[in-house]
Design a protein around this ligand. Structure first.
Ligand code: PLP
Length: 270
């Protein structure tokens, strides 16, 4: 079975973080390896506390994984601090890891910062230069570039400027903009592609985690980048549509492992 490594924080509400990553990886029929960077105490409404895994133990997890498994792709989410960023960057470089997708998680779905400001500098200089795909949403891209992005033109220019930081490709997600259509821009050194889809009503947790993990799965299965992103965008749209209420917060959670209902009239037929 092909293995995809998720490096991320634990979300005790089960909606985002490593829990969302592993569901997405399993839904693609792949084996999920997990390296936990932080353990958050949160529910569907609030983050109560964050315990960052000490860098020494983070490194031990990474070394244990790379010593044994053939890692076909890596998805990185919440890192939590500069020590974790350095440990992950050094280890991935040393292991010659490929198909690295970085979702630069800065705040929780409920608005709590998950990376201190010093982490931004470290991401820019230490980790982004080794990733194959960077998947920021609009606020994350604004934080990484230090300027506001207001128009389609701003977004396209921002994707180019993020490429200049060293990532091989950037998927700049437009979900935080207004309008009935959401446009995500995929840019690499040779081409630019847009993916548009209708805006869905309501809010869903773990969308960034799920999209980045699904892209990593596509790459692990041998798809070229554009096809992996296209497939992941469709996967996310489908799962967001059937997300459900879990706790008392207003955000819904996805479960790509729940069975798809059979089309009417097919029960009992093979
Ligand atoms: N990682 C952890 C541990 C989180 O708690 C969150 C959000 O709360 C995220 C990542 C980011 O989630 P999203 O995919 O909604 O951006």
């Amino acid at each position: 079975m092909r293995c995809v490594l998720a490096i991320a924080g634990s979300d005790s509400s089960g909606g985002a973080g490593i829990q969302a990553d592993l569901r997405a990886i399993s839904a693609h029929g792949l084996h999920g390896l997990s390296v936990i960077t932080a353990v958050t105490a949160q529910n569907s409404r609030v983050v109560e506390a964050i315990h960052r895994v000490p860098a020494r133990h983070l490194l031990a997890q990474l070394q244990a994984v790379f010593a044994d498994f053939e890692v076909a792709a890596v998805k990185i989410g919440m890192l939590g601090g500069t020590a974790a960023i350095s440990a992950v960057a050094d280890c991935l470089r040393e292991a010659g890891a490929r198909n690295i997708v970085l979702d630069p998680v800065l705040v929780s779905s409920s608005g709590t910062p998950l990376l201190p400001a010093s982490g931004l500098r470290k991401l820019r200089g230490g980790l982004i230069p080794i990733v194959d795909l960077l998947t920021p949403n609009l606020p994350e891209a604004e934080a990484l570039l230090g300027r506001r992005l207001n128009s389609d033109r701003d977004m396209r220019r921002a994707a180019d400027d993020l490429i200049a930081l060293g990532a091989r490709a950037v998927l700049l997600k437009g979900g935080h903009r207004r309008g009935s259509t959401v446009v995500d821009h995929l840019v690499d050194h040779e081409s630019a592609t847009s993916f548009s889809h209708p805006r869905l009503s309501g809010s869903v947790r773990g969308t960034g985690c799920t999209l980045a993990s699904a892209i990593a799965c596509g790459l692990a299965l041998g798809l070229p980048l554009r096809a992996a992103v296209h497939g992941a965008e469709q996967f996310l749209q489908r799962e967001m549509r059937r997300a459900g209420q879990t706790g008392h917060g207003r955000m819904r959670a996805m479960n790509p492992l729940q069975a798809h209902p059979r089309p009417a009239g097919t029960h009992g037929k093979r």
